[in-house]
Design a protein around this ligand. Structure first.
Ligand SMILES: Cc1ncc(COP(=O)(O)O)c(C=O)c1O
Length: 458
């Protein structure tokens, strides 16, 4: 049945939307699946038992091949920042597409420097974070950041966090500490992992507050016992997205940054998933901890779904890249850069950061109320519109309920809601919708999940 948002039964109803998708006459899901089997590498996986074919999007909504509408609470895993096909971003892309699609940094182009300048303006005042090196994906940006840190310090030791995700290339996989995302390859050298601030599953079995933030302080021990003591850099997500929307306690990053800097290392904030106003109060997620990194990496939502990423640091750190030739063909592509400029402008003009804070808080309140009625919900956490709902079989043992999370995703999809999964056991429902989500949408998410969670409606 086509879900037009009109009432058909007592199920939660999608808020109204006046966009009508174009009629689709191309290959259906079965045919596309068959073509994928033949022509795509088998490593490309899909969500859902019956994989979904999405063909059109407007702001927070997407439509499938049959014209059925969904609220997109995944947002391309935080890649759709201001909303699908946002008219301001589309206009900027079209204008640039009509002028010039490609030029490299070998030639001068105004858009890429304009973007770098606006990005610099968003960095903490007086931080000197203004030298941008562009690339095409989050993995590449993190690869660049750690490479620059190693070159600048003349050291090789990288520190990262357990449960963190930094990309799928061989280098960034080495900094990723989720076994499910690592291939059996030779163990990378000079990478050590520190305990995350994952209070719900405290690595030391302690409770916050009253734990003296042992997780953060133990970084000193990681350095002393697992490294030569000379640190090149520490890379971390302020909120671990793939790891299950893990929000470290207040004070965590101040302590860790201080330890890392005492050992001569640079601090890299991986803002690929949590940045650009997604956490609401601040533009960057690290700002929620009052720290100032030495390098910031950004990707995903920066160009609202177009491939673009950047590593932003101080000029003296970036200067290490002049020691050899370094070139990236598509980096700073003018179309992606024009889209990114439009995204940054739209976030300000439409006050989307405020919206993320307000609607995110409203959504979280609704989910916390669900938690009171549903034993399966171990914890609801997150900031702004980056929210995780950790499902457990038992609130005392906290045994992860990954199969239940998968089933909830299936049921939600049947009701017109797309939600993501995260966490090592896939048991954390992850909400990363476009930042233009409304209160009505938030109510729909809560009502829909109430229907889908076993023990409530499901
Ligand atoms: C925090 C973080 N860093 C890096 C990456 C890698 O980005 P990409 O998939 O664009 O290479 C991701 C992707 O999910 C991410 O969440």
């Amino acid at each position: 049945m086509v879900n037009t948002g009109e009432p058909s039964d007592s199920r939660p109803m999608l808020p109204p939307c006046d966009h009508a998708p174009a009629r689709y006459t191309g290959p259906g899901p079965e045919e596309i699946l068959a073509l994928r089997r033949d022509y795509l590498g088998p490593g490309a996986f899909t969500y859902y038992r019956r994989p979904l074919c999405i063909l059109e999007g407007r702001l927070q909504y997407v439509w499938d091949h049959a014209g059925r509408r969904y609220l997109d609470a995944v947002g391309g895993i935080a890649s759709i920042s201001v909303g699908h096909c946002h008219p301001k971003v589309t206009a900027a892309a079209c204008e640039q597409l009509n002028r010039l699609v490609h030029t490299t940094t070998l030639y001068l182009h105004p858009t890429v420097v304009a973007l770098a300048r606006v990005l610099a303006a968003h960095m903490p005042h007086g931080s000197g974070l203004q030298a941008a090196t562009f690339a095409n994906s989050g993995s590449e940006a993190n690869d660049l950041a750690t490479m620059m840190a190693r070159l600048h310090t003349g050291r090789s030791q990288v520190l990262a966090l357990q449960n963190g995700y930094h990309g799928g290339t061989q280098t960034t996989m080495a900094f990723t500490a989720l076994g499910t995302w690592r291939f059996p390859l030779p163990t990378p050298q000079d990478v050590a992992f520190c305990p995350p601030g994952y209070c719900y599953r405290c690595p030391f079995g302690l409770s916050h507050p009253g734990c003296d933030l042992k997780c953060a302080r133990s970084v000193e021990n990681t350095i002393r016992y697992e490294t030569c003591g000379e640190v090149a850099c520490f890379i971390a997500e302020a909120v671990q997205g793939v790891g299950g929307v893990v929000v470290p306690p207040p004070g965590y990053f101040q302590i860790v940054y201080d330890i890392v800097r005492r050992h001569g290392g640079l601090c890299i904030a991986d803002e690929v998933q949590a940045g650009l106003g997604r956490t609401g109060r601040h533009f960057w997620a690290f700002e929620n901890w009052g720290v100032v990194p030495d390098m910031v990496t950004v990707a995903k939502g920066i160009a609202n779904g177009a491939p673009l990423s950047a590593c932003v640091t101080r000029q003296e750190v970036a200067a290490s890249m002049t020691r050899r030739l370094h070139f990236n063909t598509f980096a700073g592509n003018p179309v992606s850069a024009a889209q990114a400029l439009a995204v940054l402008r739209t976030i300000e003009e439409e006050r989307l950061r405020d919206n993320a804070e307000r609607v995110g808080a409203y959504l979280k309140t609704g989910l916390l109320a669900l938690q009171e009625r549903c034993e399966l919900i171990g914890e609801v956490r997150g900031m702004g519109l980056l929210i995780g709902i950790e499902l457990v079989k038992n609130r005392v043992t906290k045994e992860p309920a990954g199969e239940v999370a998968a089933e909830v995703c299936e049921r939600a999809r049947d009701r017109g809601l797309l939600v993501g999964k995260s966490g090592l056991s896939g048991n954390v429902l992850r909400l990363t919708p476009p930042l233009c989500l409304t209160r009505d949408d938030a109510e729909f998410v809560v009502d829909c999940l109430a229907e889908c969670l076993p023990g409530l409606g499901g």
